[in-house]
Design a protein. Structure first.
Length: 159
């Protein structure tokens, strides 16, 4: 197995989930994940090991997500509301869809941060990826979790 194949198999599921946090759209998340690993493939020889390779890959992915968001803001779209059924017990898939919907409603930096938290990245690495101090990152993570908890409680997700 080549270095790239190992990198791809290890990191692509995480990158896909981060992209889902941005877009809540499986096809778009797959596209951005693919774009990310095309960039990794093309630039792997320029990686200087000044940080973890995962930090470098997450930075590429978040930059790709932000560019895609900027493009989508220029295109006028109408979204259909996502109504989760309240009558039956929700499946894990429905809960996950609701989580991604809530994450998608956060501001861009918050989406990046919480997506990386969900991937169990250390706070110091998250701070490096988003360009914040570790202290500021810790505070933002706490506030984001509070926002998401309120959204979940408001929509009856915590029982």
């Amino acid at each position: 197995m080549t270095d790239f194949e190992e990198i791809y198999s290890k990191h692509s599921p995480q990158i896909y989930r981060v992209c889902m946090g941005y877009f809540n759209d499986a096809d778009q998340a797959k596209d951005i994940t693919q774009e990310t690993f095309i960039s990794v493939w093309k630039n792997l020889d320029t990686f200087r090991n000044q940080s973890h390779i995962s930090t470098w890959i997450f930075r590429i992915a978040t930059n790709n997500c932000l560019r895609a968001l900027e493009k989508s803001k220029r295109v006028v779209t109408t979204e259909l509301p996502l109504n989760l059924p309240a009558v039956h017990e929700e499946t894990q898939e429905e809960k996950l869809a609701f989580l991604y919907q809530c994450i998608n409603e956060l501001e861009e930096t918050e989406r990046i941060i919480i997506s990386l938290v969900l991937e169990d990245l250390p706070q110091a690495e998250i701070a490096e990826i988003v360009g914040l101090t570790p202290g500021n990152t810790r505070v933002k993570i706490h506030r984001i979790k509070e926002k998401l908890a309120i959204k979940f409680k408001t929509n009856g997700q915590f029982r």
